[in-house]
Design a protein around this ligand. Sequence first.
Ligand SMILES: Cc1cc2nc3c(=O)[nH]c(=O)nc-3n(C[C@H](O)[C@H](O)[C@H](O)COP(=O)(O)OP(=O)(O)OC[C@H]3O[C@@H](n4cnc5c(N)ncnc54)[C@H](O)[C@@H]3O)c2cc1C
Length: 806
Amino acid sequence: MKTHAQAVVIGGGLVGCSILYHLAKLGWTDVVLLERDELTSGSTWHAAANIHGLHDNNNISKIQYYTMKLYKELEAETGQGCGVFQPGSLYLAQTEAREHQLRLQEAKARYFRADFHNITRDEAERLHPLVDFDGIRCIMYEPDGGNVDPSGVTHAYAAGARKLGAEIYRFTPVTATIQQPDGSWIVETPNGNIHTQWVVNAAGLWGREVARLAGIELPLQPTEHQYFVTETIAEIASLGRRLPSVADRDGEYYLRQEGNGLLIGAYEKDMRFWAEDGTPQGFGHELFADDLERIEENMMRAIARVPAVGTAGIKRVINGPMIWSPDSAALYGPVPELKNYFCCTGIIPGFSQSGGLGLMSAQWIIQGEPQYDMFAWDLARFGDWADKAFTKARVQDQYANRFKIHFPYEERAAGRPVRTRPAFQMQKDMGAVFGLNYGWEHPLWFAPEGVEPKETYGFTRQPWFDHVGTEVKALRDGVGVIDISNFAKYEVKGEGAGEWLDRIIANRVPSEIGRSCLTPLIGKRGGIAGDFTVTKLGEDHFFMVGSGMAERYHQRYFTEVPRPETVSFTSLTVALCGFNVAGPQARTLLSRLTQEDLSNASFPFMRSRRISIAGVDAIAIRVSFTGDLGWELYVPEADQVKLYSALLETGRDLGVRPVGSRALLSLRVEKGYGSWGREYSPEYWPQEVGLDRLIKMDKPEFLGKEAYAALADQAPREKLVMIEVDADIADASGGEPIFLPDGSPVGRVSSGAYGFSVGKSLALGFIKTPSAVAGTEVSVAILGRPHRGIILAEPAFDPKGERLRG
Ligand SMILES: Cc1cc2nc3c(=O)[nH]c(=O)nc-3n(C[C@H](O)[C@H](O)[C@H](O)COP(=O)(O)OP(=O)(O)OC[C@H]3O[C@@H](n4cnc5c(N)ncnc54)[C@H](O)[C@@H]3O)c2cc1C
């Protein structure tokens, strides 16, 4: 066995083999895969192996299309059959909401120039004569949908990797992974050890156990999952062609042809966890006992839709394990707390995504960053707060609602609350409806008296629309208090603190005490990896505020520049709470509670000061994400309720009210402010989102400087613009494709909201450069239907920034 390698991939399932193949394909040929048994010995061998192209998330769609295409290329490249059948997939909508989802997907397909289109019942009946389409209000057809042979695909990846020089050792279980002082790893097996630069955990069902070898816990939980295959059905046998698969997601089952029978799988409500305390090491090619009673309700719905299922005998039942993350997306990426340790685990639709996952993994490892923004899959989206109880509760919810529609702004209740602040109860008493942000409960909106504080979901405007509007207007007309405790907060302190920070962020660290600056953090490809407000509190003392959900993600960057021993870097996210007090009466309100002179002359925009307010010591920064006159106040967690109560009581006559994050979305969108994960992402270049003006190329160094320098002079590929949309029952929410009036795809929405203070439905979005011109007419596919839009020349609210600086 080899003793050295650039990377060791642990796990010879579908995903591990794809990563190995892609590492080799991208030029790392000195790579090894270790498999404790035969290849495919985890979830892979018994999968139904259905494949789909289109997904609600645009980047996942790209990855799925790449994967579907790759299978055929792999067959040609390796000679190993992948058993690809692409008779197409039929997507059925039984409800209005499902129809909205499918029509939006159809519009997205036009944007991707992919084939996913509406067909009539007649056409559908011709394609699949066994389906009863009664009660179906909309049918889409994806000609590329189908299924593959699980073993064939895995072996094709393996063959492709071997051809490129990679090595695979079967029956070689990894028993230890030991980090070396230089960041490399020793991987131990009974057959010898390998010294490697990178470890890749692709151990599927054993992802948790392999992670523990490196001292980390992954929020994963296996479940059982069943499908069954019928005996031969005469109509199918006589058809002489393969039937398309059926995605009747309102019926909560999947169905496709297998041999001359049908394969039906179900995600049942009465689900079963498996291996809660750890996946047994000896488990391999076993299956669990059948339990068809558990999926009876789903089966009955399948039988009602395809009556032949009810009369055919059952040939075999597969009940096997699969492993889930709390939101059912992959747990993916380099572990921020370790050097050179990569995870790619918790993958449910592995056959739809294996190629893209392999490619993104290889890019991340070799090139430092994948080409697409993978935050929705990045394991850094979870922290320690995602404990076992949370993981189990969420996995149960994910499994039982696998085919439920994910609506915009959806907040699932399972496993919550996990982390609350002292004001939680007070906010609840004021009618708050909460959302989850990196584990924290935070108010989304406040139900007025007489209204039940309850979320409803849909693609159309929901009952909370008006209540959010009331909050926006209260802030714009008077003053509002937004709980921003879920922002990430950091303290950088000690001799050399400013110099160290200057080597990380792209803007210049403020040199004067009391000054703040906005700064991007530049990624490995020159895009926007983050945006922060940096405040100089004292000599060698800085305070930083960034995106709360990205705190663990940003850790990767902060550990990249060696920190002098004299400098401390501390997260204050837990220790401090925050309020944004904003609106034209913000100064009046705050002045009643502090002796400080808050006049514009004394406390202008982008300045900060430590102040005493309502008897509480606070860091006050004159910024506001609302685009209005405002201050951010950061106080010790223990003082949160005291300050909150004082603000709300003292400002009563000014019309003060608590304001939630849905209103903040509307406020920031009408002002045109970008948000991390939406407008700011490593995929976007600074000049595309208007952050290039904050980059100081004359600094000797900062993270990503070289990468940015290579693209700084290039014209933006697309530009972030604000669009006013003619919308009545639904607003854009993000992801909607944008077309020119002639139907050609020109961009997509990044954020959308109704701008309550300007009385316009608005969208922020990326438009291809030649068309990103004020006054251009576009068509935004809200609910999948064309909605006329006009690119605005300037932000809809306070374009000159007079309110902000007033
Ligand atoms: C019943 C069922 C139906 C499914 N249907 C579909 C479907 O229709 N479409 C779809 O896309 N997906 C489907 N899936 C999911 C799919 O099977 C998974 O997404 C995929 O197989 C995950 O592959 P993997 O490589 O991540 O993990 P695994 O297949 O679990 O592979 C992990 C590998 O790591 C090895 N390993 C573990 N520990 C060690 C160690 N210490 N040292 C060395 N090697 C180790 C294991 O032996 C194993 O071979 C289904 C799953 C089930 C259970």
